[in-house]
Design a protein around this ligand. Structure first.
Ligand SMILES: Cc1cc2nc3c(=O)[nH]c(=O)nc-3n(C[C@H](O)[C@H](O)[C@H](O)COP(=O)(O)OP(=O)(O)OC[C@H]3O[C@@H](n4cnc5c(N)ncnc54)[C@H](O)[C@@H]3O)c2cc1C
Length: 392
């Protein structure tokens, strides 16, 4: 029996690693020339450096992601347990720390879902009258859920807050990727798979699923009766193959990568900083590369206006150094109540075919953690092994 995993983003890599690590036969197919999907590094010819498509923040609460990184030996570093936050208007620097409420207890408990929060309520409906709405809850919603507070589901933000702020000392610990996303995820995962005899094919875009074969454009892969399929595709890609799947709304993320003359230190002393009061949500530094993230970004932003907002935080002048703007139109789902209610489970109309991807039903928003968890779930279903884990 072979499991054919289609899509080598984080969900597909997680499924393939879980299966291959337990000795199952795996074939991995990817349409692009590289693995990683929405979580990848590449060498930029303009900047002459390897950059990530976008800054990715993972936290200690993301236990499936950490288990995957542990199994494949992906390069990552876990930092001290606090998240620095700088308000661009007041220039006040605060910290999100485990066990400490980010606002008054009344507001924090309300944000964390006490008393009970309805599935149709948005963050603005739930928290719009709180004193810290504009300075904390609204920007937190945009950076954590990549969705505006006016449309994002309050219950999803509440679950996330409970997991992070009340989840013990490890939960808020930021995990960074000093050598980039691909050195943490795609690179080590592919080495892991190849070392265990899995085959990996790039440039293979799945175009149709038949009872006895998979079509990749001109060529086909035969399916034996006991073979299994895991479709680890983005929501729109899966829907092209299975039209009964829901049409889910998405939100964009923009990242401006700036090649500075030399390394800089950010306020707060960490390699990243959350910002409120402006258009940028995150700043991250890696060597001389500074990256600014704009979440739930309705249109491609102007690099000059981003630079005007952040230059003096790094002690730099108004002239924008060499840069690259990456605008990912379908970065994550739009986490509105109707979209969340429509997130499907891992099963398809065919008993031998399963879904994986960050957009499937999950306690998490569309994140690496949701993608990894979905990959593990699909792998368990494919081989009928409920206790399958990531193993070396
Ligand atoms: C800019 C940006 C910033 C983000 N920041 C964070 C963050 O800070 N923290 C966090 O946890 N998450 C973050 N995310 C979200 C995270 O990147 C995603 O949740 C995760 O990468 C999704 O993985 P996936 O495998 O589900 O999907 P994808 O990455 O979309 O993988 C799907 C793969 O399938 C391939 N494919 C598509 N169609 C076909 C086909 N027909 N045949 C074969 N292959 C096909 C694609 O090429 C792709 O490689 C961010 C995303 C972006 C874009």
């Amino acid at each position: 029996m072979v499991t054919h995993v289609v899509g080598a983003g984080i969900a597909g890599l997680a499924a393939a690693v879980a299966l291959a690590g337990a000795g199952h036969r795996v074939r991995l197919f990817e349409a692009a020339p590289q693995a990683g999907g929405r979580c990848r590094s590449f060498t930029d010819p303009i900047l002459g450096a390897t950059i990530d498509n976008g800054t990715h923040l993972v936290l200690g609460a993301n236990r499936h992601t950490l288990a995957l990184l542990g199994a494949i030996g992906g390069q990552h570093r876990i930092l001290a347990a606090h998240l620095p936050i700088l308000d661009l208007v007041s220039r006040r620097l605060t910290e999100l720390r485990p066990g400490r409420p980010p606002a008054g207890w009344g507001e924090t408990l309300r944000a964390a879902g006490l008393p009970w929060v309805g599935q149709h309520q948005t963050v603005a409906q739930r928290l719009g009258r709180c004193r810290s709405y504009g300075s904390l809850w609204q920007p937190l919603c945009v950076s954590a859920l990549n969705s505006p507070a006016e449309t994002a589901q309050a219950a999803l933000l509440a679950r996330l807050l409970r997991a992070l702020v009340l989840g013990g000392p490890q939960a808020l610990r930021p995990v960074i990727f000093p050598d980039g996303l691909s050195a943490a995820f795609a690179g080590p995962a592919l080495s892991f798979l190849r070392a265990r005899g899995a085959t990996v094919r790039f440039g293979h875009r799945l175009s149709a699923i038949h009872s006895d074969h998979l079509s990749f454009g001109d060529h086909t892969i035969a399916l034996a009766p006991k073979d299994r399929i895991i479709l680890a595709l983005p929501a729109d890609g899966a829907r092209r193959l299975i039209p009964a799947l829901p049409d889910l709304a998405c939100q964009a993320i923009a990242n401006l990568h700036v090649h500075l003359p030399g390394p800089v230190a950010l306020p707060g002393g960490q390699p990243f900083l959350a910002l409120t009061g402006g258009q940028v949500q995150w700043l991250a530094v890696r060597g001389a590369m500074l990256s600014a993230t704009l979440s739930a970004c309705p249109a491609r932003p102007d690099p000059a206006t981003i630079w005007a907002e952040i230059a003096d935080l790094c002690g730099l002048g108004p002239l924008l150094p060499p840069h690259r703007l990456i605008f990912e139109r379908r970065a994550t789902l739009d986490h509105a109540p109707a979209t969340i209610a429509a997130r499907p489970g891992p099963r398809t109309p065919w008993p031998h075919c399963f879904l994986a991807g960050d957009w499937l039903a999950s306690a998490w928003p569309c994140t690496i953690e949701a993608a990894v968890e979905s990959g593990l779930t699909a792998a368990r279903l494919a081989v009928g092994q409920d206790d399958l884990l990531f193993s070396c």
